[in-house]
Design a protein around this ligand. Structure first.
Ligand code: COA
Ligand code: MG
Length: 289
């Protein structure tokens, strides 16, 4: 099992060359180069060329590069997918997924276009139908090379006509059900964006809520959101220390065959070892210089 830090996932409009350049210096774990909703119809062609040039040129270091294509039912989707197959980002984010077939189709067409098998699919969960079908969507992860579900909370609010009240009261059950479906199939889940990017207190509270729900990270719209997001989605120092102690304790010869041990007066089971290995792997990754 390999783990990847996916704390801060920054969107940027594919037509915005300055943002594509600036992203090389920002401390986000992943970048979503968007061709979909943040790009006006007249700018789609130009955005596709700019994103292609940026992915080809590279220079993004440790950051995961994700291209969000337009849906295959739009005039731009197939050309976007061909560009992604040609340039080989780490992942392709598929918008407005409704059924498992939507993500399987994109994956198969991508393979048929000669796209690299290492390129993963990420799925936007942003329609009522997606939430109803989330378990079936997550279940096709192997055939569709799906590794991540991304909440599209603005679209969910629009489609449901729910209100964006404090605490995300209306959409909370949909976030939780998405989380459970993802975990049932070993996928990562990234929370939706916080639109009011100058409101740090509100953003912080929403990150904490997402973290408490079990989210791996949050999608972001502005560089000013990265530091707080990284802080709140990183494992806490005492959690990292405790994880290292658990790993060391189970590695002792006398504990190798045990399912449960006592560590500093607390019961520790093998399930805690699995959790500790993940925390420790992510801590190592984010300690990068
Ligand atoms: N990615 C990379 N760089 C970004 C950025 C982003 N998402 N948003 C802003 N920046 C850069 C700006 O280019 C600017 O850089 P500079 O000072 O070196 O010129 C700096 O950060 C400060 O930007 P600021 O002036 O505060 O914001 P803005 O008014 O230029 O842009 C938004 C505000 C909301 C339009 C912009 O942040 C944005 O486009 N966000 C992403 C929207 C998106 O992709 N939505 C789709 C998914 S919901
Ligand atoms: Mg959307």
């Amino acid at each position: 099992m390999t783990f990847r830090a996916r704390r801060s996932i920054l969107y940027m409009p594919g037509a915005n060359e300055r943002a594509l350049e600036k992203a090389k210096t920002l401390d986000a774990d992943a970048l979503i180069l968007d061709l979909e909703d943040s790009v006006a119809p007249d700018a789609k062609h130009d955005a596709r060329s700019k994103v292609a040039a940026a992915v080809r040129a590279g220079g993004y270091g440790h950051r995961e590069l994700v291209i969000r294509i337009n849906g295959l039912d739009t005039p731009w989707g197939v050309d976007d997918l061909r560009m992604a197959a040609d340039t080989g980002p780490h992942a392709i984010l598929v918008p407005k997924v409704a059924r498992p077939g939507d993500i399987v189709n994109v994956s198969r067409i991508h393979a048929g276009m000669g796209g690299a098998p290492e390129t993963r699919m990420w799925a936007m969960m942003e329609t009522p139908m997606a939430i109803f079908n989330v378990r079936e969507i997550a279940s096709v992860h192997q055939v569709a090379r799906l590794s991540c579900l991304v909440l599209g909370t603005n679209d969910l609010l629009k489609e449901s006509r729910a209100l964006a009240t404090g605490g995300r009261f209306a959409i909370l059950p949909w976030l939780s059900v998405t989380l459970l479906a993802a975990r049932a199939y070993g996928l990562d889940v990234i929370d939706g964006v916080y639109n009011d990017f100058r409101d740090e207190a509100g953003f912080r509270a929403e990150c904490e809520q997402g973290r408490a729900l079990g989210m791996d990270g949050k999608t972001l719209i502005h560089p000013g959101q990265i530091a707080v997001c990284n802080e709140l989605f990183s494992p806490a120092p005492d959690e990292v220390d405790w994880s290292r102690k658990i790993i060391a304790a189970f590695a002792l010869p006398e504990n190798k065959a045990k399912g449960v041990i006592t560590l500093e007066g607390k019961m520790v089971e093998r399930l805690h070892l699995t959790m500790a290995e993940r925390v420790s792997a992510i801590a190592r990754e984010i300690a990068r210089p």
